[in-house]
Design a protein around this ligand. Structure first.
Ligand code: PLP
Length: 382
C-alpha cells in the first residue's frame, strides 16, 4: 500500500472520477460560449475588430475595477506590451521573481532588458517585499527619481511581481517600495483573475497589470490576454502598439512606432465574454475545492498552501508542500502513474540556460519551494 493512496482516493472522490484520468486543470463550457461564438461568426467580424473585443475590455474593467483594459492575443504579449509602455528599454534591468512561469522572464528578455531575480515569500510564493528592499538597498542608489545599479549604472525600469497560482502576494508593500525607489510596478496577474488583496483586485496596484486567458487558466478565451491600467495615456499607447501602431486615417497606412500584431481576435473575445460571465461561480466552486483539500491535508503530513491574511485567492491551481525533494518525486511518480495529474512547481528561472547569467539576490525561499511544491487537480467541478 503506497503512502499516497489516501490522497489519490480523496482527489478521485472530489472529481467523482473513480478510474478515468484527472487533468490538472480543464476548461468548462457550460454558459453562453456556443451562442456567442456563433454570433461572432454570423457577424462576419471574426478577427481583430468586433463587438466582443470591446465587450471583453469593458467586462475586464468591471471585474478588476481598472479604468482601462486592452485585449491582447495572449498573456505573454500583454506582458511584453506592458513593459514597453512602462518605458523598459534595452540594457535596463527588470526585477522579478525566479519562481514563475517562463513567460514572465521571456517577456522581459524580448525588450532587451535584463531580468534580475529576487526571492519570494515562502507563504505567498510571490515576490518578497523584504527581500526586494534589502536587494535594492545593497546594490542600488536613488538618482533622478529612479533606482540605478551601483556598479553598472543600469536603471531598474520595472518590477514585475507575480501572484503565484492565484494567491495574492504582499503587493501593497511591494507597491510602497516601488514608489519609494521610483520603479514602475507591473503585476503579472496572469494566474490571478478574481483574486484580490485587501479588497482590491490583483493587477490594479501598479502602473499596469497583465492577465492571461490561456486554455489552462481560470477563464479561457482559447488564447488571450489583457492589460489593465488607470492611466489613460498608457492605455492608449498599449492599444496603439498592440494594433500595429497605425494612426487613424480614412485610407492611408501611417505607422508611427514599431508596432505589434497583438490584438485579441473577436472569436476569442466571444469565448472570453461567455466565460467571464461565469467567473464568480468558478471562483466559488474552486474555493470550495480548496477548502476540502485544506481540511483533508490537515492530518496527512502534507502541507496545503493557503491565501495569506487579507488575500482572497481564486485558487486557480491548488498546491501542496511535500517534506523534501525525494518525497516530492515519490508523490509525482505515484499520482501520475495512478492517472491523477500532478506537476511540480517551475524550475527557477535563474537555472534555465537563457537566464543563468542574470543577477540574483539570495533565493532561499524560492529554492525551498522548488524542492517541495506540487500542483494537484483543480478544475471547476461540475
Ligand atoms: C500563463 C502565464 C503567462 C502567459 O500567458 P499566455 O497567455 O500563456 O501567454 C505569463 N505569466 C504567468 C505567471 C502565467 O502563468
Amino acid at each position: 500500500m503506497n503512502k499516497f493512496n489516501n490522497t489519490v482516493s480523496f482527489i478521485r472522490d472530489q472529481f467523482k472520477t473513480p478510474e478515468a484520468f484527472i487533468p490538472l486543470h480543464e476548461p468548462r463550457f457550460k454558459g453562453k460560449e456556443r451562442k456567442y461564438l456563433i454570433d461572432a461568426i454570423d457577424s462576419t467580424f471574426v478577427s481583430s475588430v468586433g463587438a466582443y473585443v470591446d465587450k471583453f475590455e469593458k467586462m475586464m474593467c468591471e471585474i478588476t475595477g481598472a479604468q482601462y483594459a486592452v485585449a491582447t492575443v495572449n498573456g505573454t504579449s500583454a506582458l511584453h506590451a506592458a513593459l514597453i509602455v512602462a518605458g523598459v528599454k534595452p540594457e535596463d534591468e527588470v526585477i522579478t521573481q525566479p519562481l514563475t512561469f517562463v513567460a514572465t522572464a521571456n517577456a522581459i528578455a524580448y525588450t532587451g532588458a535584463k531580468p534580475v531575480f529576487t526571492d519570494v515569500d515562502r507563504d505567498t510564493m510571490g515576490l518578497s517585499p523584504a527581500k526586494l528592499q534589502t536587494y535594492l538597498q545593497e546594490n542600488y542608489s536613488k538618482k533622478d527619481g529612479g533606482a540605478f545599479h551601483n556598479k553598472s549604472g543600469n536603471r531598474v525600469a520595472a518590477c514585475v511581481p507575480m501572484h503565484t497560482f492565484g494567491l495574492p502576494c504582499r503587493i501593497d508593500k511591494i507597491q510602497h517600495i516601488c514608489e519609494e525607489w521610483g520603479i514602475p510596478l507591473i503585476e503579472d496577474s496572469a494566474e490571478s483573475l478574481g483574486s484580490t488583496y485587501k479588497g482590491r483586485h490583483t493587477g490594479t496596484f501598479g502602473k499596469l497589470g497583465v492577465f492571461s486567458f490561456n486554455g489552462n487558466k481560470t477563464v479561457t478565451s482559447g488564447g488571450g490576454g489583457a492589460i489593465v491600467t488607470d492611466n489613460e495615456e498608457l492605455a492608449k499607447l498599449a492599444k496603439h502598439i498592440t494594433t500595429t501602431a497605425k494612426k487613424p486615417h480614412k485610407w492611408e497606412y501611417i505607422h508611427d512606432h514599431v508596432g505589434y500584431n497583438y490584438r485579441m481576435p473577436n472569436l476569442n473575445a466571444a469565448l472570453a465574454c461567455a466565460q467571464l460571465e461565469q467567473l464568480d461561480y468558478y471562483i466559488e466552486n474552486k474555493r470550495e475545492l480548496a477548502k476540502s483539500y485544506r481540511d483533508f491535508f490537515n492530518n496527512t503530513g502534507i502541507g496545503f498552501v493557503t491565501e495569506i491574511e487579507g488575500g482572497f485567492s481564486n485558487y486557480w491551481l491548488n498546491a501542496v508542500y511535500l517534506k523534501n525533494r525525494e518525497e516530492r518525486d515519490q508523490f509525482l511518480a505515484f499520482t501520475n502513474e495512478q492517472g491523477v495529474m500532478t506537476r511540480p512547481i517551475w524550475q527557477l528561472m535563474n537555472k534555465l540556460k537563457m537566464y543563468r547569467d542574470c543577477m540574483t539576490g539570495d533565493l532561499e525561499h524560492a529554492e525551498w519551494l522548488e524542492d517541495r511544491i506540487v500542483n494537484i487537480p483543480s478544475s471547476v467541478r461540475v
